[in-house]
Design a protein around this ligand. Structure first.
Ligand code: GDP
Length: 430
C-alpha cells in the first residue's frame, strides 16, 4: 500500500488534517507495542484506492524541532511515497517551517504542501509565499469547514507512483463496540486488550478527539475497537444520557457488539443495550468480566443465576473473562469473529426451500376465513443481518405465532440462533 506521511511544525493542524482524511476517525494501530504512542496510522479509503496515512503529530513536544523527533520522522519517511508538508495557511511562514522545509528537501521524498486552516476562500490569495518553499503548488484546506479535501486527495494521487496490483492481501477489519453499564469493567477490559500503557488520546493541543478507534490483531485477524474514547471517559464526567447515546452510536458503527457484564450487577441495562444492538442487526457477545472475583466453587451457581437474569438473552454466546487474570481474552476475539462470520452466512435458496418444505409440513398453517397462508418460496436477500424474504399469498395471514415458529426453525435448523437474522413477508400472487 502507498504510504503518505504528514509532517509539519507543532500546531499547524496535522491531527485535524489526519482525522479529516480518515473521515474524522483516528485509528491507532496497536499490533506493535511502542509504535503507537507517537505515530498515528490509518488507512484512507478513496475512490481511486486506499493509502496508509501516517501522522507524525504525536512526536512533537513543545515547539522544538528536536533531534530526537527528527530521527523518528526520518524513520517514518524511510519508505514514504509522499510527504504532506502541513503549513498554516493563515500565518506567515515561521523559521521552524523553513527548517522543516530544508529537512524535507534533503530527504528527497516527493512533497505536497498542504495549507491548513484556510477557512475562507479569500485566504487563498495569500498563499503566495508558500510557493517559495519550492515544492510546487500548495493545496488549501480547512479541516474546520471540511474544505479542499477532494482536491487534496486528487493531488495526493497525482503524486503517488503508479503501482502494479497490490500484492499484500488486505484483511477486512471486524469492528467491535465495547458497551455496558458504568463500572461493568469496560475500560479495564480495553486496557487489558491494548496494554495498560497504550492510552489512546491525542495529545496535540486543540485536538480533543471525539471518537477514537483502536486496532488490534488477534490470530491474524484485524479488529477495530470503535469509539474507545467513549469507553475511557470516566462515567462521573459523562452525563448518563450522553453515555447511552454514545454506546448506541458505537453499536451502530460496529459489526459485533461486546456487551460487558459484571456478574454481580445484571439487569435491565444489559437487556436494553443488547436489544438495541440486535434491533440494529448486530450480533452480541456477552462478555462476563471480573470472573476472578468469583470463587471457583461458586462459579456454577453464579453462572446459573446469571442465566436466569439474562434469560431473554439465553441464545447469545458468552465468554467468562477477567481483566485482572486476562483469562479468555483471546476467546473474546475468536467468538466475535465467529459471530461476524455467522452474521454474514448465506443460505442457498435451494437449501432454504428444501428446509421450508419440511417446516411447513410439520405445522398447521395459519388461515383466514378458511383460506390458508401459502408460502410460495423463500430466499435470503441480505447478510449482516441475514434477511430472509418469504413470498406468500397473503402477508396479512402471517401470525405472530407462525413467525416465531419460522424463527425457531431458522435459528435451530440453519444454525443462526446466535445472530439477529430477520424475516420479511411479501405478497405474491399464486
Ligand atoms: P467501566 O466503567 O465499565 O469502564 O468500568 P471500569 O473498567 O472502570 O471498572 C469498574 C471497577 O471494576 C474498577 O474498580 C475496576 O478495577 C474493577 N474491575 C474491572 N474489571 C475487573 C476484573 O476483571 N476483575 C476485578 N477484580 N476487578 C475489575
Amino acid at each position: 500500500m502507498h504510504k503518505v506521511v504528514i509532517v509539519g511544525r507543532p500546531n499547524v493542524g496535522k491531527s485535524s488534517l489526519f482525522n479529516r482524511l480518515l473521515k474524522k476517525r483516528s485509528a491507532v494501530v496497536a499490533d506493535t507495542p511502542g509504535v503507537t504512542r507517537d505515530l498515528k496510522e490509518g488507512v484512507v479509503e478513496t475512490e481511486t484506492g486506499r493509502f496508509l496515512l501516517v501522522d507524525t503529530g504525536g512526536l512533537w513536544s513543545g515547539d522544538r524541532w528536536e533531534a530526537k523527533i527528527r530521527e523518528k520522522v526520518d524513520r517514518a519517511l524511510e519508505d514514504a511515497d509522499l510527504v504532506l508538508f502541513a503549513v498554516d495557511g493563515r500565518s506567515e511562514l515561521t523559521p521552524q517551517d523553513l527548517e522543516v522545509a530544508e529537512y524535507l528537501r534533503r530527504k528527497g521524498r516527493p512533497v505536497l504542501v498542504v495549507a491548513t486552516k484556510v477557512d475562507d476562500p479569500k485566504h487563498e490569495y495569500y498563499l503566495g509565499p508558500l510557493y517559495a518553499l519550492g515544492f510546487g503548488e500548495p493545496v488549501p484546506t480547512s479541516s474546520e469547514h471540511n474544505r479542499g479535501f477532494d482536491d487534496l486527495v486528487e493531488a495526493i494521487w497525482a503524486r503517488l507512483p503508479v503501482r502494479a496490483e497490490e500484492s499484500e492481501p488486505e484483511v477486512a477489519a471486524i469492528r467491535l463496540a465495547i458497551v455496558g453499564r458504568p463500572n461493568a469493567g469496560k475500560s479495564s477490559l480495553l486496557n487489558a486488550i491494548l496494554g495498560e500503557e497504550r492510552v489512546i488520546v491525542s495529545e496535540e493541543p486543540g485536538t480533543t478527539r471525539d471518537a477514537i478507534d483502536a486496532e488490534v490483531y488477534v490470530g491474524g485477524q484485524r479488529f477495530v475497537l470503535v469509539d474507545t474514547a467513549g469507553i475511557r471517559k470516566r462515567p462521573e464526567t459523562l452525563v448518563e444520557d450522553l453515555a447511552i447515546r454514545r454506546s448506541f452510536r458505537a453499536i451502530e458503527e460496529a459489526d459485533v457488539v461486546l456487551l460487558v457484564v459484571d456478574p454481580f450487577q445484571v439487569g435491565d441495562r444489559e437487556l436494553k443495550l443488547a436489544n438495541h444492538a440486535l434491533e440494529k442487526g448486530k450480533p452480541v457477545l456477552l462478555v462476563v468480566t471480573k470472573w476472578d472475583l468469583v470463587p471457583k466453587e461458586e462459579a456454577p451457581q453464579v453462572r446459573k443465576e446469571l442465566g436466569l437474569k439474562l434469560a431473554h438473552l439465553a441464545h447469545l454466546p458468552r465468554v467468562y473473562t477477567s481483566a485482572v487474570t486476562r483469562r479468555n481474552l483471546e476467546r473474546i476475539f475468536s467468538e466475535a469473529q465467529r459471530l461476524h462470520e455467522l452474521n454474514h452466512a448465506r443460505v442457498e435458496t435451494s437449501e432454504l426451500n428444501r428446509q421450508l418444505a419440511l417446516w411447513t409440513k410439520r405445522v398447521q398453517m395459519p388461515n383466514f376465513k378458511g383460506k390458508p397462508l401459502k408460502i410460495l418460496y423463500a430466499t435470503q436477500a441480505e447478510v449482516a443481518p441475514p434477511t430472509f424474504v418469504f413470498f406468500v399469498n397473503h402477508p396479512e395471514f402471517v401470525t405472530r405465532a407462525f413467525e416465531n415458529y419460522l424463527k425457531n426453525r431458522i435459528g435451530e435448523d440453519l444454525g443462526l440462533k446466535e445472530v439477529p437474522f430477520r424475516l420479511v413477508f411479501r405478497g405474491r400472487r399464486e
